[in-house]
Design a protein around this ligand. Structure first.
Ligand code: 5GP
Length: 175
């Protein structure tokens, strides 16, 4: 539990997250058999999801990370910047982007365009949470953990002003 009562309610428990992530891992592993995919984690929100998902992947794969910035507080600024880029070339690779949550879609729209220009063989998105109510750009995640309502969520990697990422479950933030 957090030191401060910041949650309105818990949305997904540790057990629910583990069960869904194991399903995603099996689905992705089946789709990428023999393809040696590259999993690109989008820091910092992806950390818990990435670590747990990758342990459910049963095909040979490699890992890399990017850090993008588009948010401050609870509202999107709409501006995306690359704070940390990939270490390796993705030319000819099958890339799976691992993201915590898709909200407006602006971050992933920027990222898809950016990665497509680098010559990947394929690029798909795997997001733990999808919040379709706020969509401003067309993005189509192939793998989605859960769809959520238009509420601000925290925990399991997701922050509010850098706090609460360490909560082992996902909950709705109490304003
Ligand atoms: P988008 O560009 O799709 O609007 O936003 C993507 C990023 O905004 C996510 O990777 C996440 O960091 C942040 N974000 C969007 N919705 C939420 C939310 O409900 N809670 C938290 N903690 N972050 C969010």
């Amino acid at each position: 539990m957090s030191d401060t009562p910041v949650l309105q309610r818990i949305l997904y428990s540790k057990e629910q997250l583990a069960e869904r992530i194991a399903e995603l891992g099996r689905e992705i592993s089946a789709d990428y058999r023999g393809k040696q995919p590259l999993f690109v984690g989008i820091l910092r929100g992806c950390i818990m999801f990435y670590a747990d998902l990758l342990r459910e992947i049963s095909v040979d794969c490699t890992m890399d990370f990017m850090c993008l910035s588009s948010y401050s507080g609870t509202s999107s600024t709409g501006e995306v910047r690359t704070m940390l880029d990939l270490r390796e070339s993705i030319k000819g690779r099958h890339v799976v982007i691992v993201e915590d949550i898709v909200d407006t879609g602006l971050t992933l729209d920027y990222l898809m365009k950016n990665l497509q220009s680098r010559g990947a063989a394929s690029i798909e998105i795997c997001c733990l949470l999808d919040k379709p109510a706020n969509r401003k750009a067309e993005v189509h995640p192939k793998y989605i953990g859960f769809q959520v309502e238009n509420e601000f969520v925290i925990g399991y990697g997701l922050d509010y002003d850098e706090l609460y990422r360490n909560l082992p479950y996902i909950g709705v933030f109490k304003k």
